[in-house]
Design a protein around this ligand. Structure first.
Ligand code: AMP
Ligand code: ZN
Length: 114
């Protein structure tokens, strides 16, 4: 989708610090990390948000979960744990309207969030 920053990252038009990629998705470092490890997992295909997925598109959510676990193991923080978050819509705090999940790790995270 033209004008979408995450589509530009997925298509390598805009640089990002990519830590993992496969045919379906890209994982890269968040520009403004909220934890020692703060990654974003995005589908290469543009979906505006989780609530815009059609029934037949939900496989991408499973692929993103699988990629999160893989990256957590590869980067060595799986044992200590991590948080995978999808901000959805206005009240959910979603700012970038391309489906993405935050993967946070590297310190004990507070619950509930603010
Ligand atoms: P959200 O509030 O869930 O929409 O979060 C969007 C996230 O994208 C924020 O944590 C931003 O810091 C991050 N972000 C925005 N633009 C970029 C970029 N070009 N590269 C890396 N992270 C970005
Ligand atoms: Zn997009």
């Amino acid at each position: 989708m033209s004008g979408c920053i995450f589509c530009k990252i997925a298509s390598k038009v805009v640089n990002a610090d990519i830590v993992y990629e496969n045919q379906h998705l890209v994982v890269f470092k968040d520009l403004k990390p909220a934890a020692p490890v703060h990654l974003l997992l995005i589908p290469k295909k543009h979906y505006s948000s989780l609530q815009d997925l059609e029934e037949e598109d939900f496989a991408i959510a499973g692929r993103i979960n699988a990629a999160a676990v893989r990256v957590a193991r590869d980067m060595g923080f799986a044992e200590n744990g991590f948080r995978l978050v999808c901000n959805c819509g206005w009240d959910g705090g979603q700012v970038v309207n391309h489906l993405h999940y935050h993967l946070l790790a590297g310190r004990e995270l507070q619950w509930p969030p603010g």
